[in-house]
Design a protein around this ligand. Sequence first.
Ligand code: FAD
Length: 321
Amino acid sequence: MATHTTRMLIIGSGPAGLSAAIYGARAGMEPIVVQGLQPGGQLTITTDVENYPGFREVIQGPWLMQEMQAQAEHVGTRMMWDTIVDIDISGGSPFKAIGDSGDEYVGDVLVIATGAQAKWLGVEGEHALSGKGVSACATCDGFFYRGKKVAVIGGGNTAVEEALYLTNHSDDVTLIHRRDELRSEKILQDRLFANSKISTLWNKAVTRFVAGENGTLHHLELTDTVTGETSTLEVDGAFVAIGHAPATELFKGKLPMDESGYLLVEPGTPKTSVPGVFACGDVMDHTYRQAITAAGTGCMAALDAERFLAHRDFEKAKTRA
Ligand SMILES: Cc1cc2nc3c(=O)[nH]c(=O)nc-3n(C[C@H](O)[C@H](O)[C@H](O)COP(=O)(O)OP(=O)(O)OC[C@H]3O[C@@H](n4cnc5c(N)ncnc54)[C@H](O)[C@@H]3O)c2cc1C
């Protein structure tokens, strides 16, 4: 079992963690990134990415993340194949984290970039057709369904927001909900019901995503949650919008979080309540959840981390003098 020591310990290797690493390395903090079970993060499970600035043509999510990692390594980041299973931040800096491998990681600052995972229905065809008609992100993929027929599955704020967003691209949006009323805020419901491009299907559960001959989504199989009757709905795209789960199990009882488990930060900054511990990307952002915003807050975390260490080192030097 080895101990790895660094000025800047980063947990997570998605756009937030790798952006923090690029800035941290260039500021001389010699970061260590612990990659976790999904090296490269959520973008590694998608195909086309068309909204990350800098690329005129559509790029592939896994390729973008390989490039980000290569850039982080090029400027001096150490990547570790490990998953953090425990952390100790109670004594302040330096912070300790234990990997699944048994190795210990010690960082003068800690950047948490563990992301979030979309919740899925877990029904047949959903996984196989992900990226081929099935998506969990209208902002990311809605553009690919211009002029097409789409469905949104869910009944909370996320589902209503996704349905409203999709009307920018489609005149035929169906919101499918397994109950007969929505859980979303009243104001969102008012906007939804006033939008002629959106129709609603109540008391329907999606039980299967079915592909057509070309291998992309062709229709949904539905079961009425009251009568048990089955039916089908032909759609080109289906957006599962039943929420996200931030990866914050590790931090329970150690850092403040909201009722959904997102880490709380000082507004407008990546600073958590513990000096020297920063959170960036989807793990602290339930609103935007995009690669560019994750990268942006990763950059902010690195800049604040550098300032934290500079201030601390200056104070230490003053005490010694
Ligand atoms: C299918 C899909 C398509 C998308 N398409 C787009 C798009 O086109 N454009 C766009 O801008 N956004 C898109 N997004 C959203 C985008 O991927 C996320 O907003 C972004 O990846 C968030 O980055 P992040 O770094 O905060 O977290 P993530 O990408 O979620 O990365 C989290 C990282 O933390 C690591 N981790 C978690 N727990 C631990 C642990 N205990 N120890 C060590 N490491 C850990 C994981 O292994 C992972 O590397 C899409 C998302 C999905 C799911």
